[in-house]
Design a protein around this ligand. Structure first.
Ligand code: SF4
Ligand code: SF4
Length: 306
């Protein structure tokens, strides 16, 4: 089996123009899967067609975050506590902050700003459903639906999961979508991981089912070996349970090589690392750099063991 290259622009990132230019760039560079906010999918697919790209050549994925999962969170600043020191602005790689304001369309809930603020002026709140259920009514190509389940309460996970599967079954665009379950180790021991995945696979019925093993979430841009070790280790465990794996969360230039060395058969999702890689390059350099990274990554994913 060959691993795929996935580009993640962030569930909360609803900045359609930014998402469009990023995804088109990585599509031309050879990426296979695009994981974007539900609100961006219709205009994104229109842009693919306008650019002469065949939708059938790509996998379009969107996400839903169960309330409490950090992927569905947004930051807000208390203007009374804020001292306008700009520390949060410096750490926000999405360019979502102009203190004391946060641009909700750009914020992906990574919480880096909250950690940087010494004055306790930043908090995170659950956003709405990010347009997920609206998207299910539209005429779009929806290959994969990713469900973020990093919360403590198993009953809520199961109830929410049932609600989502029911909505997918009633939707024209999602009736055959694959399911990807995304979570990290925050609330899941090995035995809990095994049990919850068994249950969620059962609830998914005949749908193709895979697991996005999230490691050091939303930290890929730091680009350290330590940042991706946890991701690969979790991926190995999930694989040993018999599931198809996508690595994500902390993935960077070391991830494919590490996965390859560990003999892990998988795909890899790149978020902040890939986004940052090209952001300050001149236009004519961007495609060259992105293409080379996709080529190298896929070469490692397509090695004999994959
Ligand atoms: S780091 Fe805190 S105090 Fe400084 S600008 Fe941001 S919110 Fe305001
Ligand atoms: S640092 Fe992260 S959580 Fe804070 S505003 Fe930027 S994207 Fe949102």
């Amino acid at each position: 089996m060959s691993g795929k290259f996935k580009l993640i622009t962030g569930l909360g990132n609803k900045d359609e123009n930014k998402v469009k230019s990023l995804v088109l760039l990585w599509a031309k560079a050879g990426a296979d899967i695009f994981d974007t906010s539900p609100v961006t999918i219709p205009s994104l697919q229109k842009a693919f067609i306008e650019n002469g790209l065949n939708l059938e050549d790509f996998d379009f994925c969107t996400s839903y975050a169960i309330k409490g999962d950090f992927h569905g969170k947004k930051a807000k600043i208390d203007p009374i506590l804020c001292k306008l020191c700009n520390k949060c602005k410096k750490v926000c790689i999405e360019g979502a902050i102009e203190p004391p304001n946060v641009n909700e369309l750009k914020c992906i809930g990574c919480s880096h700003c909250k950690k940087a603020c010494k004055y306790g002026a930043i908090s995170l709140y659950d956003s709405d459903d990010d347009g997920f259920f609206e998207l299910l009514k539209k005429d779009v190509k929806l290959d994969t639906v990713e469900i973020h389940i990093s919360i403590k309460d198993k009953k809520i996970i199961k109830d929410e999961f049932k609600k989502i599967i029911k909505a997918l079954n009633n939707s024209n665009c999602a009736k055959n979508s694959k399911i990807s379950v995304c979570f990290n180790r925050t609330y899941f021991s090995n035995s809990k991981t095994e049990k919850i995945l068994e249950k969620l696979k059962e609830l998914s019925g005949n749908r193709e089912f895979m697991v996005q093993a999230d490691g050091n979430s939303m930290n890929g841009a730091n680009n350290t070996l330590a940042g991706t070790i946890e991701t690969v280790a979790f991926g190995l465990f999930v694989k040993s349970l018999g599931y198809d794996v996508i690595l994500s969360g902390g993935c960077n230039e070391f991830s494919a090589e590490l996965a390859n060395k560990a003999g892990l058969t998988c795909s890899i999702g790149f978020g902040s690392f890939a986004r940052k890689m090209t952001e300050n390059l001149p236009e004519d350099e961007k495609l060259k750099v992105a293409k080379e990274f996709v080529r190298k990554t896929k070469e490692l994913l397509n090695d004999k063991q994959c």
